[in-house]
Design a protein around this ligand. Sequence first.
Ligand SMILES: [Zn+2]
Length: 45
Amino acid sequence: MTEYEFICPECDQQIDVNVPVREATLSHGCPVCGASVSSEHFVEQ
Ligand SMILES: [Zn+2]
């Protein structure tokens, strides 16, 4: 499964995520601070 690294633009938290978590984060925002994020904040591993 493809893994991504999420880097929050607001709180600078770096989190390794899989595809379902990436989708959830895009829908609901950063799991740490709740900031809205877009696909540019994910780097494919
Ligand atoms: Zn955040």
